[in-house]
Design a protein around this ligand. Structure first.
Ligand SMILES: [Zn+2]
Length: 227
């Protein structure tokens, strides 16, 4: 009920913070600075061999990997991701994506050519109306002044809707879920793969292994949150 009232209030008063419902200042969008400061930031962009990078060791060659903040239940991180993914507040992805992009800009040697969001299957995209990872990628692209690409990496097989986690992971690791449309146009580029949350990293791994079908590509990874 509390959530219902909150969502309703947000419809009428879009200028209040999604998290605390306080009035937003002119420079604030969707979430106030005070709530943003309560997120638990990882600082992984400054840490070589951080836990996100290590998650991909032995799976595919990863240049850099980072997440902006830790996902924690009952904190603003959970609420923000929920709004981004299920409540239609796609713009929050761009706001937080820009913050993530600024951290990447501040990281030593973290230079990429092209930003690629984890794609949704067309059916899922139609159902949700937007790809949340694409909105995050959009924010990163604007901070880094680099192009975003949503054409070349596509999802060809839909998620199974109800499966146990372990089954899902094995399934996600199987090849053939993602595909490249024109591998030649990615050749020689350093690609930044973008997702909303990294947990096991299985989705990123499946995407990366597909992108590696293009010649001489390097792969880095960024997500808003990590569990
Ligand atoms: Zn707030």
């Amino acid at each position: 009920m509390k959530q219902l009232i909150s969502d309703f209030l947000h419809l009428i008063y879009p200028n209040v913070c999604l998290v605390c419902h306080g009035n937003l200042l002119a420079k604030e969008q969707f979430v106030c600075f005070s709530c943003l400061s309560r997120l638990s930031y990882t600082s992984y962009h400054l840490q070589k061999e951080n836990p996100i990078e290590k998650r991909f060791w032995g799976k595919f060659p990863v240049e850099h990997a980072t997440s902006l903040f830790f996902f924690q239940k009952e904190t603003p991180s959970q609420l923000l991701l929920h709004h981004l993914k299920y409540k239609g507040d796609k713009e929050i992805g761009e706001v937080l994506g820009r913050m993530l992009g600024e951290t990447i800009k501040a990281a030593p040697d973290f230079e990429v050519d092209l930003i690629i969001p984890v794609p949704l299957h067309p059916k899922k995209l139609q159902k949700r109306g937007y790809n949340q990872s694409e909105w995050i990628a959009k924010g990163i692209a604007s901070a880094l002044q680099k192009p975003m690409d949503t054409e070349h990496l596509i999802r060809v097989i839909e998620n199974p809707t109800q499966t146990k986690k372990g089954v899902y992971e094995r399934w996600e690791n199987a090849s053939g879920i993602f595909a490249l449309t024109h591998p030649h146009s990615l050749e020689g580029k350093h690609l930044l793969l973008v997702d909303d949350v990294i947990t096991t990293g299985a989705t990123i791994e499946a995407c990366a292994n597909t992108l590696l079908e293009a010649a001489d590509v390097k792969i880095s990874v960024a997500s808003l949150a990590t569990a």
